[in-house]
Design a protein around this ligand. Structure first.
Ligand code: SF4
Length: 218
C-alpha cells in the first residue's frame, strides 16, 4: 500500500460526460450523447481501489450527470464499502423518491444540487431547458421530504452575478445544509462570452461575506 503524508481530502470524479441537460456554461460540453471510451463498471471499481489506497478522501461522484450512468448505485456502494465518504453532484432533475432511497442505501451521504439562479428565467437560461428550474426544485422537494442532506451549488458568471444574494436566500429557504459558489470554468461551453469579468470580483466577495455571516451554512 502507498503511504502518503499529503493524501487528498477531496476527489471530484467526472464519472460520465453524458447529461440530460445542455447548459450554456458546461465546462465539459456535456450532452445526451455519451462519448465512447468511458470507464466500465469494473474499471471504475479499480479506480476506487486506487483512491482507497491513498487514504479516505471524500469522493464526489460528478459528471456530466452521474445519475445517467446505469451503474451509479453500484459504484457508490463500492466506494462506501471501500471506506470512502461518497457524495454526489447532480442537476437534481432526475431525482425521485425511489432513487433517493437507493442512493441512501448505497451509502451516499450528501447530494449537491446545481441551482444557477433565483428564478426559472435565469436558471433555465443557463440550463438550456425550459422547466429545468421546476424539475430541480421538485428534486429538492424529494430530498426535503425524505430528509436527505443536500447543499446547493451555484456557478457564477456574468449572467447571474447580481442574483447571487437571492440565490443564497433561496438555498436557505429550501433547507440546504450549505451553499457553495464556484467560478465559471472557461472551457467547453463555458468559454467567452460567459467569462467572469474582473471588476465583478468585489461582488463575489460580497456574496461570500453574506454566506460567512450565516453560521448554519458552510
Ligand atoms: S453543467 Fe452539469 S447539468 Fe449542465 S450540461 Fe453540464 S453536466 Fe449537465
Amino acid at each position: 500500500m502507498i503511504v502518503m503524508t499529503n493524501a487528498p481530502r477531496l476527489i471530484a470524479w467526472e464519472l460520465t460526460a453524458g447529461c440530460n441537460l445542455n447548459c450554456v456554461h458546461c465546462r465539459g460540453a456535456s450532452t445526451s450523447s455519451v462519448p465512447a471510451g468511458e470507464l466500465t463498471t469494473d474499471e471504475a471499481k479499480h479506480f476506487i481501489d486506487e483512491v482507497a489506497g491513498l487514504g479516505k478522501p471524500i469522493l464526489i461522484l460528478s459528471g456530466g450527470e452521474p445519475l445517467t450512468r446505469p451503474d451509479v448505485l453500484e459504484i457508490a456502494r463500492y466506494g462506501t464499502d471501500a471506506g470512502l465518504r461518497v457524495v454526489l453532484a447532480t442537476n437534481g432533475t432526475l431525482l425521485t423518491p425511489e432513487l433517493v432511497e437507493k442512493l441512501r442505501d448505497a451509502g451516499v451521504q450528501r447530494l449537491s444540487i446545481s441551482v444557477d439562479g433565483a428564478n426559472a428565467e435565469t436558471h433555465d437560461n443557463f440550463r438550456g431547458m425550459p422547466g429545468a428550474f421546476e424539475r430541480t426544485l421538485a428534486g429538492i422537494e424529494v430530498l426535503r421530504k425524505t430528509d436527505f442532506p443536500f447543499q446547493i451549488n451555484t456557478t457564477i458568471s456574468k449572467r447571474n452575478l447580481e442574483e447571487i444574494p437571492k440565490t443564497f436566500e433561496l438555498a436557505k429557504e429550501l433547507g440546504a445544509a450549505a451553499y457553495h459558489v464556484f467560478f465559471l470554468v472557461p472551457t467547453g461551453r463555458g468559454k467567452s462570452p460567459m467569462k467572469f469579468p474582473r471588476q465583478t470580483t468585489s461582488v463575489f466577495c460580497t456574496g461570500f461575506m453574506i454566506c460567512r455571516k450565516n453560521r448554519k451554512f458552510s
